[in-house]
Design a protein around this ligand. Structure first.
Ligand SMILES: [Zn+2]
Length: 296
């Protein structure tokens, strides 16, 4: 095994080129002449974050249970108020634990998309296990909601060397786990276009790093909710000015608390105070930007 400083040029070029950003997919305008696409997403991880790490005691599991009992109803109510179709990325085990929850998303006009089986870490799995779990998750969500998922967010945004081949084998329209842009782009595999749309994410547009803490860790990252509001408002304002995509990643068990749903409410009020807002699911955005006629 050679060290990175010993790698040949071909080796580091191959690593970088395996999954790469291809052509940018920011359209000239959004549907109906909208100036910005607002794609909100909620990763309904619930208990799977604890289960994935083998934590089976009631305390940590109850924190996930809160997401389903309290967070989800608050989030759904807020989305209904703003008429904002959104995407829920749901680990299959989470969907199975909470009977009817995935269906309730679809019934309210939202999208349900893939987020692993039990929030597994793909890079730690044998490729055959990652493939089997992803396919099983797709079958499970389809059985529970009557609709086959067309998109994926890898659990913890952890993307292995076999993730993209699995996405292509499943025939998915989009991924939302990578970070090479603010706006959509096409994924390249070893330099070749794949037709798969990336809706990029970023930790700064994710609620978890600002609000979650580890009881037994020394670090207590904590940003006041209105501090997060100011970051996300700035992200939105420039997305609007650029005519691009404003994408957010949240978790019902994180954002669903009283003091935090307040920030999301204020953010949505700020967004809705502008003309030309297109609230859309990730699938709708992927479909629109990959349509050649749309970008004319
Ligand atoms: Zn997750």
């Amino acid at each position: 095994m050679t060290e990175p400083w010993q790698w040949s040029e071909q080796t580091w070029r191959d690593h970088v080129g395996r999954v790469r950003a291809g052509r940018p997919l920011r359209p000239e305008s959004w549907p109906g002449g909208a100036k910005v696409a607002v794609a909100l997403s909620f990763d309904s991880d619930h208990e799977t974050l604890a289960l994935r790490d083998g934590h089976v005691l009631p305390g940590k599991l109850s924190q996930g249970e809160y997401g389903s009992r309290v967070g989800v109803p608050r989030v759904l109510k807020l989305l209904e108020r703003f008429g904002a179709p959104s995407t829920f990325f749901v680990p299959a085990v989470s969907a199975l634990l909470h009977d009817g929850e995935a269906q309730s998303y679809v019934d309210a006009g939202h999208e349900v998309a893939l987020h692993g089986w039990i929030h597994e870490i793909n890079a730690q799995l044998p490729p055959s296990a990652e493939r089997e779990l992803t396919f099983r998750a797709a079958d499970t969500l389809e059985r529970l909601t009557g609709t086959r998922p067309v998109g994926i967010r890898t659990p913890s945004w952890d993307f292995s060397e076999t993730t993209l081949p699995i996405i292509r084998e499943l025939g998915l329209a989009y991924d939302s786990s990578l970070m090479a842009d603010d706006d959509c782009y096409e994924l390249l595999a070893d330099g070749e276009p794949t037709g798969v749309v990336e809706l990029p994410v970023e930790w700064i547009r994710d609620d978890a790093p600002y609000f979650t803490m580890n009881r037994f860790g020394s670090q207590r990252p904590y940003t006041p909710p209105r501090g997060v509001l100011s970051i996300w408002r700035d992200e939105f304002d420039l997305a609007l000015a650029e005519g691009g995509l404003f994408q957010l990643t949240m978790h019902p068990h994180v954002i669903g608390h009283r003091s935090r749903i307040a920030l999301l409410t204020e953010l949505l009020e700020h967004i809705a105070s502008h003309d030309g807002i297109w609230f859309a699911t990730h699938a709708q955005v992927a479909d629109y930007v990959s349509e050649p006629a749309a970008s004319g």
